[in-house]
Design a protein around this ligand. Structure first.
Ligand SMILES: [Zn+2]
Ligand SMILES: [Zn+2]
Length: 280
């Protein structure tokens, strides 16, 4: 089987898995954002950059899958000296070492808290120096909607979610937790990008809400609300921002040269020599 054929099969398989999700999320967020929108205006299906967003919904899962497999296999050979494909699959089937002996729900909670903490700091790193131009793609949406949640440059994916997942697997956590964590991550990341005025009330300081993350994307707000699931990290490290009785508006980045379209955006970090930092 050639690599091109295998990639095509992966794209079709991804479509098969992603389409039901897109259908469900489309309907759910259409109803919710009509009921309690953060910003009045056009519905999500009329947003600018919709086709680009859809492209990322295919590219990101395919890339993340290959990345996880290659990185896990390479590191398993290097760290554990296992090189046979079947032995590697058996090694990871139910996790390994002390972590795998914990109840699955404990492993799931540990994964959620520890990876969210790591991703908070990685996210802060992506707002600095040369890494910003890779993360700028995620911030480029001017009509911020749930469907923009998949907009990540492959470098951002590799050094972010991909890296923490591989580290979690190498540390012994059971891949079975992803049966629940996988769907949870899709729903929670779409929710925080959705056009909703939800703040989660007193829980706003602990759990990331749509308003919390939309402040992170606001064009005039700089370096606030980096957390993925737990807003608590921002509260602890001085980056929490949710002004009372205000809602975020006007999203996007300072660099108006950011191209539209999937391929131009993938090339943007290479073609853009002098990255413009996020608007201060
Ligand atoms: Zn960011
Ligand atoms: Zn975001």
């Amino acid at each position: 089987m050639t690599i091109a054929y295998e990639v095509l099969v992966q794209i079709l398989l991804t479509l098969w898995h992603v389409l039901p999700w897109l259908a469900g999320l489309s309907l759910g967020f259409a109803v919710l954002s009509r009921w309690s929108p953060c910003n009045e205006g056009r519905p999500w299906w009329e947003k600018r950059g919709l086709v680009t967003d859809l492209g990322y919904w295919i590219l990101s899962p395919v890339f993340a899958r290959y990345l996880r497999i290659w990185l896990t296999v390479a590191l398993t050979v290097a760290l554990f000296g296992i090189s046979d494909g079947r032995e590697i699959a058996e090694f990871y089937k139910n996790g390994h070492g002390p972590l795998s002996h914990l109840p699955l729900w404990v492993q799931g909670v540990l994964y959620l808290v520890l990876t969210d903490f790591a991703l908070y700091w990685i996210h802060r790193g992506f707002h600095r120096g040369f890494l910003w131009k890779y993360h700028a793609v995620h911030h480029a949406s001017e009509d911020l909607e749930w469907i923009s949640a998949s907009r990540f440059h492959p470098v951002n994916l590799a050094l972010g979610a991909g890296l923490v997942d591989v580290v979690a697997l190498l540390s012994g956590i059971s891949p079975q937790i992803f049966v629940v964590i996988g769907p949870f991550n899709i729903i929670s990341s779409c929710l925080v990008h959705a056009n909703l005025n939800w703040t989660f009330g007193p829980l706003r300081y602990v759990i990331s809400s749509p308003v919390f993350h939309r402040w992170h994307h606001a064009a005039h707000v700089c370096d606030k609300n980096f957390a993925g699931n737990f807003a608590l990290w921002d509260l602890m490290f001085g980056t929490f921002y949710m002004p009372a009785h205000q809602l975020p508006r006007n999203y996007g980045i300072a660099d108006k040269e950011m191209p539209e379209g999937l391929m131009p955006q993938l090339l943007y970090p290479i073609t853009q020599r002098d990255p413009v930092q996020q608007a201060a």
